[in-house]
Design a protein around this ligand. Structure first.
Ligand code: DX5
Ligand code: ZN
Length: 215
């Protein structure tokens, strides 16, 4: 059974309450929140105010993916706004290990994200500290892009490295996930499947979630 994290980026922002209720009914496991600042990535999505105001519409954990240039400054505020997991891109932090520890000290789960074009070896310095590794299978910034198969080797690398070093980070994969690419990701060692378009653009989003959960 895969853990499924629908990415709200592809949802109907005119009716987030309805979307969140649907996700809970469909037994999604996490709500993936893509925060983009127009600086680290060429797109702007939503931020603290939106997260704070939707918190009351869902009991599911909020999995916040920070695609911002100053995570050191804002991570704490995103936890206060209701995030249970915080994932940031290590190249955006002046001291990633310090930030991981700060997130954990606030009782949240800390993850790092390895972007599509970044070699997976860049995760190694943080492996002893993080709770979660998010492997991007598209360039961070937009939903609806094509899955990059090279991400599968990255997932496998993390899985093998963790096993060899007696570590057990949660392995999550984000971008272009559907029932086929999701299956491949699970076979290579992914625990969490983040999916936006596959779920929200489906005729039946509940069914789409179920099809990923069953992988
Ligand atoms: C991209 C985001 C993803 C995105 C996934 O920067 O991190 O979470 O919303 O969307 P799909 O599943 O449509 O590729
Ligand atoms: Zn994401």
């Amino acid at each position: 059974m895969a853990v499924v994290a629908p990415s709200l980026l592809s949802a109907d922002f005119g009716n987030l309450e309805k979307e969140l209720k649907m996700l809970e009914k469909a037994k999604a496991d996490l709500i993936h929140l893509d925060v983009m600042d127009g600086a680290y990535v060429p797109n702007i999505s939503f931020g603290l105010t939106v997260i704070k105001s939707i918190r009351e519409y869902s009991k599911l954990p909020f999995d916040t993916h920070l695609m911002i240039s100053k995570p050191d400054k804002y991570a704490e505020k995103f936890i206060e706004a209701g995030s249970d997991l915080i994932t940031f891109h290590p190249e955006t932090s002046s001291n990633p290990i310090k930030l991981i520890k700060k997130i954990q000290s606030m009782g949240a789960t800390a993850g790092i994200c390895i972007n599509n074009k970044i070699p997976i070896q860049k995760a190694i310095p943080y492996m002893d500290y993080v709770d979660l590794i998010l492997v991007m299978s598209v360039d961070a910034g937009f939903g609806g892009q094509k899955f990059n198969e090279k991400a599968l080797n990255k997932v496998e690398f993390i899985e093998k490295y963790a096993e060899k070093h007696c570590l057990a980070p949660i392995i999550s994969i984000d971008g272009g996930i559907n029932d086929k690419t999701g299956k491949q990701a699970v076979l290579h060692g992914a625990d969490v499947l983040v999916a936006g378009n596959y779920i929200f653009k489906a005729k039946n989003p509940v069914k789409a979630i179920k099809s990923l959960k069953e992988l």
